[in-house]
Design a protein around this ligand. Structure first.
Ligand code: ADP
Length: 148
């Protein structure tokens, strides 16, 4: 049913995202589709200011470690018969990057893990998820995961 599945992952929330990744892999495999795993890093000028390492080569090393992180995820969670493409982007808005990559790659399903906030918190979904659901031109599967 689906041909291209996009799985955006916040690498700072890896543990929380793994169950949803396994689900995205299963959906991809079932449909003989293609999987895109995307992570968005802060823009270079922000990355060196915040809690990231500073100095010469810092930006490249952050990018390098994101690539390695995605490589490890694919090794551990994606069987060899599933075609997976890893994408590392930089941008101020993860939702814009997710929407942009979905369009660019003609994705027909986005699987997005989202914290279950409960009704009392007022917002049912996080800001990234809300924008993706609202603006995506394809199906979006929101996987609500409990906060640990
Ligand atoms: P929550 O409060 O549940 O984290 P968000 O809507 O802000 O809600 O984020 C949920 C999802 O959005 C993440 O699980 C991930 O799929 C995607 N996302 C958020 N930030 C990034 C990022 N930097 N790179 C890739 N995906 C991201």
């Amino acid at each position: 049913m689906f041909t291209k599945v996009l799985f955006p992952i916040d690498l700072d929330e890896e543990d929380f995202s793994l169950e949803a990744l396994d689900y995205a892999v299963e959906e991809t495999r079932k449909d003989h589709a293609e999987l895109y795993i995307l992570t968005v890093l802060p823009p270079a000028e922000q990355a060196t200011k915040l809690n990231y390492p500073r100095g010469e080569g810092a930006v490249q090393s952050i990018e390098q470690s994101a690539h390695e992180h995605l490589d490890a995820l694919v090794r551990e969670h994606v069987p060899e018969d599933v075609r997976a493409t890893k994408i590392v982007r930089r941008g101020v808005s993860p939702s814009d990057e997710i929407l942009g990559q979905a369009e660019k790659n003609n994705v027909d399903l986005i699987v997005i893990p989202c914290h279950d906030r409960g009704l009392l918190e007022g917002f049912l979904l996080g800001s990234v998820t809300t924008k993706v659901v609202r603006h995506a031109h394809c199906s979006v599967l929101v996987m609500r995961r409990p906060r640990k």
